[in-house]
Design a protein around this ligand. Sequence first.
Ligand code: NAD
Ligand code: DAU
Length: 337
Amino acid sequence: MKILVTGGAGFIGGNFCHFMVSKYPNYKIIALDALTYAGNLETLEPVMLKENFKFIKGDITDRRFIFELFELEKFDIVVNFAAESHVDRSIENPEIFIKTNILGTQVLMDASLNTNVNRFHQVSTDEVYGDLPLDDPALLFTENTPISTSSPYSASKASADLLVQAYFKTFKLPMSISRCSNNYGPYHFPEKLIPLMIKNALTNQTLPIYGKGDNVRDWLHVYDHCTAIDLIIHKGKVGEIYNIGGQNERTNLEVVNIILKELNKPQSLIKFVSDRKGHDLRYAIDASKIKSELGWKPIYDFDIGIKHTVKWYLENQKWVNNIISGEYIRFMEKHYS
Ligand code: NAD
Ligand code: DAU
């Protein structure tokens, strides 16, 4: 079995490569990544020399390159993680999100049809459903919740989902889609809430919280996202959408306070800053379909997972320091000024 993991040098794609390489010694796992600012080969160090793993640098929007690669490798399964993934960056510059997240997905699907790939799995997000109110905790996103996007990022992911569904109906592409809630865990790029707050607290910099910090996210450890995708690509039905989520809802302020407590840092580091434009209030996933149909069960409780994650960042400060490049500093200074 040959599996292509696009975006394999990113946060979730990298964790997925670690998981699959160790679980399936007889498979060949091939990571493809353009190594944008968010891609990092150091994330793949634990698997780089394994016999059942290979890394290829390349851009999913490069049609000729992708077609040649698919002809050469004859993949059985494609798991598409490759994307521009940061909401704040999509507000500053939507264009690259449209190119990578929509056109890149189309190129991968065309190449999959051309070489008779058995399964094309699109890694989508709960953000395609828009947001939920803060005052009705019983409301959850199901697979039937209508798409209603807020940011250029979520609109690009939703557009890709629609295209994937169209390729299923029109061209019979054997596809599946998963829509997951916010992930956390090792190798998370320090522009996203949890790793940014850990990094800033460790260096006694301020912790910028948008608005009042009362927006809610449903946190899932990245390991549990990997086990869910593994189940979907092996046992999930073609043509189906599966929600994935942890039922670990926390306000942003709660999350930041847990991190400060874990690191023994003062709350005075918190700084409330201007709110994100179009800021989604609350995400919360109903994952009953994947639980009942495929038997998926997350193993991490948030309070334990966040302790492990803080510990990982404490022990891997070199990984963080090595990716804080000139481009990273420029975005951070512009965005938070
Ligand atoms: P990430 O930004 O850490 O990783 C994305 C990877 O894609 C990077 O390594 C980057 O170099 C690569 N990439 C970007 N453009 C590319 C291109 N044109 N060709 C090849 N590679 C390219 O993102 P992540 O958090 O790991 O998210 C992975 C996927 O999961 C995304 O599709 C995202 O929408 C989805 N998702 C993320 C979360 C989350 O909480 N992080 C939750 C649900 C779904
Ligand atoms: O729900 C899944 C999505 O989760 C994924 O599809 C996205 O790729 C991923 O980036 C994430 O999107 P969010 O916008 O929820 O994640 P982010 O870490 O950017 O922000 C989480 C919350 O924290 C959000 O309410 C905004 C807030 N925030 C974020 C940053 C970076 C702050 O208050 N301050 C910050 O500096």
